[in-house]
Design a protein around this ligand. Structure first.
Ligand SMILES: NC(=O)C1=CN([C@@H]2O[C@H](COP(=O)(O)OP(=O)(O)OC[C@H]3O[C@@H](n4cnc5c(N)ncnc54)[C@H](OP(=O)(O)O)[C@@H]3O)[C@@H](O)[C@H]2O)C=CC1
Ligand SMILES: O=C(O)C1=N[C@H](C(=O)O)C[C@H](O)C1
Length: 259
């Protein structure tokens, strides 16, 4: 199968080149706005001028770029009938709608975090939220990433928050509290709080905390190397080929039963 990489010169993109080749798949090539930055790629890696050209030459495109590319990429991939493994985070509601619309035409795997460990943390967080009453247990999510990260809270933190909200049977948008500052007043019962730390070259750290008056449960994940994301995305790319159009998750790729 032919796998294309959007953002091929990026921090994850470069690792995807290695992992696609290690998986024995054919690397069709990639896209970059800066061909001069591609000098560090292995010899012979094809660079396409845009997503339309990359999609036309690929069975699946793995995309770790930037939220600004999501709408044009969705349109180009749907037009080409090419499956999409999307890792980009920081999407607006409009950009997420474009992903959902593309999934009417092509198979899309969309995950804020392609590490199996985080996928399990999300599942466990949902189970914990079901078991621990919101009026006694305060849920907070803390994440830390490298100083270059451009979006906050992380997509993974938001996905964990979504899992807690689902476990509680509420809409995250109604209970989310991000970035407390100033005279905030007491914590609202049932809120799901987020804190985003940035510094150094931290690859990706997440904790979800359930705190009551009498105990605290902390569930955490630390990524030591971005390669965990690249291997997960390649696993998703090999899984998605041949699937009918639709929006799939890393839980589907891992074959986790519905909760
Ligand atoms: N789902 C997951 O498991 C993971 C998701 N991510 C997410 O993937 C995305 C990329 O992360 P990372 O590889 O660290 O980021 P980088 O900035 O290192 O790479 C992103 C690449 O996208 C390209 N790009 C294309 N269009 C744009 C644009 N309009 N603005 C900015 N860049 C653009 C850039 O390449 P060029 O300039 O050459 O065109 C850039 O190299 C982020 O959203 C991040 O949160 C990161 C790790 C894991
Ligand atoms: O930008 C990153 O680096 C990462 N972003 C993803 C996110 O926003 O959750 C996944 C991972 O934590 C690394």
């Amino acid at each position: 199968m032919r796998i294309g990489i959007a953002g091929i010169t990026g921090r994850v993109g470069r690792l995807l080149v290695e992992e696609v080749q290690a998986a024995g798949a054919t690397l069709s090539g990639g896209t970059t706005r800066k061909p001069e930055a591609a000098s560090g790629l292995p010899q012979g890696v094809a660079l396409f001028k845009d997503m339309a050209e990359l999609a036309a030459n690929s069975d699946v495109v793995i995309d770790f770029t930037h939220a600004d590319t999501v709408i044009p990429n969705a349109q180009a991939l749907a037009a080409a009938g090419t499956a999409w493994v999307l890792g980009t985070t920081g999407l607006s509601a409009e950009q997420q709608t474009a992903v959902n619309k593309a999934a009417e035409k092509i198979a899309v795997v969309h995950a804020a975090n392609y590490s199996p460990g985080v996928t399990l943390v999300q599942r466990l967080a949902q189970m914990m939220a079901r078991a621990l009453p919101a009026d006694s247990y305060d849920a907070e999510i803390v994440e830390m990433h490298h100083r270059q990260k451009v979006d906050a809270p992380s997509g993974t933190a938001l996905a964990i928050g979504e899992a807690v909200a689902q476990g509680r049977g509420v809409n995250l948008a109604d209970v989310r509290e991000s970035g407390r500052d100033g005279h905030t007043g007491p914590r609202k019962e049932g809120a799901i709080g987020f804190a985003a730390l940035r510094g150094g070259q931290i690859v990706g750290e997440h904790e979800v905390l359930f705190t009551s008056a009498d105990e605290q449960i902390v569930l955490g994940h630390r990524a030591f190397d971005r390669r965990i994301f690249a291997t997960g995305a390649v696993r998703a790319a090999k899984w998605v080929k041949g699937h009918k159009p639709g929006l799939y998750s890393m839980e589907d790729v891992l074959g986790l039963p519905p909760l």
